[in-house]
Design a protein around this ligand. Structure first.
Ligand code: F6P
Ligand code: MG
Length: 451
């Protein structure tokens, strides 16, 4: 493993400097493949840019491709990470972050693709893709991953129909559900949302990775692959957030969902959020998405709105009913979508209170925060070489805005909170257990447990 040592008990960051590690293979193979696909997508859309912007569109296409090819070359030859040259809102904080990593001497060669923290340079690649577009104004807003995201939604249609049909049945009979049935439905939909995280397009370097079958049918066979299952603590948190309102009627708490991928995963999150509201387990859901296209399949505001519109317009009764319901939740403010530049920055979440205090304060207003996906888990734990038995609370390093839960399939080699020997056993049986997406965790922490 890495030669780096723990500093004040905090293990070193995962990095591509460990030759052969998953981080190394990602930087060496997966990221250049993603960049090549981005270049191809932009080139394939040359005519569209010409139709929309004339000669200026063609020039923008050429220049953007030039910048992206330069970026790919910098990555492949382990060049220093450069300061951002666009004047977007977040550029300054990215550049400050770079200075922080360059140390007090400001050595420009000290931060590079294969030598620096993997989390940092991987996030940086997506920001540089955005820079290449933003420096070429007519195509600045072009989402290079849009085609892949919409395709992933359409390819999951059967699974989306099955899930919306199930939701429709639950909502129709919601008045008659016993507490046990409510708990059973909650567990099912939480786990569908968990396994929805298998469908990200970054792990497959943009290759198709959609949900073909009904996820509800596979839940019991998938249960043994959930390494930590704190779903009972999530349920108890929702129940304890219920309080009598002014009229004496019970009011539930606010749930925030820090979204991950568009396509089937987003639908699974919307279905869970719908159930939370319709069952009275939550009074409000705030969704947090990305300000710009990120890690191939992550949700932006356009993806969020498009998915709801598309579901509304479907030629399937339960899908369209679900879409209509979701639209009205948004209209009524029961659901709201938020983005904040911090979600598209390279920081570990333990930096949030200091570097994005407004976002930290927002999350403090929630009764439960669900963090979807692998990248959020990496940021929760700082993407470090933690011992598998280190506590989740230890790895969070003070990031405790509210009771929180990570719903994540394992796609990067960081995992905490396991039983002694559990990680070793898995490693001996399946060396790639941390990166295959086959295993998952529902891992909970509450600030209350620290008191
Ligand atoms: O490219 C690496 C990575 O960060 C992996 O950890 C993970 O496969 C993927 O990108 C993002 O996964 P998710 O969409 O679940 O955050
Ligand atoms: Mg993602």
């Amino acid at each position: 493993m890495a030669a780096d040592k723990c500093v004040h008990g905090v293990p070193p960051s995962l990095s591509a400097k460990v030759v052969g590690s998953f981080a190394y293979l990602t930087i060496r193979d997966r990221l250049p493949t993603i960049l090549t696909k981005v270049v191809d997508t932009i080139h394939r859309n040359k005519n569209k840019f010409f139709e929309e912007y004339g000669e200026e569109g063609i020039q923008a296409e050429k220049q953007t491709i030039g910048l992206l090819s330069k970026l790919r070359n910098e990555l492949q030859t382990d060049k220093p990470v450069l300061a951002l040259a666009d004047s977007l809102q977040d550029a300054e904080s990215w550049n400050q972050y770079l200075q922080r990593h360059q140390g007090p001497q400001g050595d420009p060669d000290s931060v590079s693709w294969f030598q620096s923290p993997w989390l940092y340079v991987e996030c940086y690649m997506y920001r540089r893709i955005q820079e290449a577009l933003w420096l070429n104004p007519p195509i600045s807003d072009y989402d290079v991953f849009n085609e892949a995201k919409t395709q992933s939604y359409f390819e999951s249609q059967q699974a989306v129909m099955a899930l919306c049909t199930y939701l429709g049945g639950v909502n129709k009979n919601k008045e008659d559900l016993s507490k046990n049935q409510l708990l059973d439905t909650f567990n099912k939909l939480l786990k569908v949302s968990l396994w929805g995280n298998k469908c990200d397009l970054s792990i497959s370097a943009g290759q198709k990775n959609s949900q073909k079958t009904s996820p509800l049918d596979s839940l019991s066979s998938l249960q043994p692959f959930i390494l930590v299952d704190d779903s009972n603590l999530v349920w108890l948190t929702l129940i304890s957030a219920q309080r009598p309102g002014q009229s004496g009627k019970i009011t539930a708490g606010r749930v925030d969902i820090v979204l991950d991928n568009a396509g089937f995963e987003l639908v699974s999150d919307l279905v869970l959020a719908d159930f939370l509201i319709s069952s009275g387990l939550a009074r409000e859901v705030q969704f947090h998405g990305k300000c710009f296209p990120w890690f191939v399949s992550d949700v932006t505001v356009n993806d969020f709105q498009w998915t709801i519109r598309q579901t509304m317009a479907a030629n399937h009764m339960w899908m369209s009913k679900s879409g209509v319901q979701w639209q009205s939740y948004v209209k009524e403010g029961v659901w709201s979508y938020h983005d904040h530049p911090f979600w598209t920055q390279p920081h570990e979440f333990s930096d949030m209170a200091a570097d994005a205090p407004d976002l930290y304060a927002t999350l403090q207003g929630a009764d439960l925060v669900l963090f979807k996906g692998d990248l959020n888990y990496r940021k929760l734990t700082g993407d470090r070489e933690w011992d598998h038995t280190a506590g989740f609370d230890t790895a969070l390093r003070g990031f405790t805005p509210a009771p929180l839960c990570s719903l994540r399939t394992l796609k990067a080699n960081v995992q905490v909170g396991l039983q002694p020997g559990q990680g070793e056993k898995l490693t001996s049986q399946e060396p790639d257990w941390m990166t295959s997406g086959k295993y998952a965790v529902i891992q909970f922490h509450s600030p209350k447990s620290e008191q």
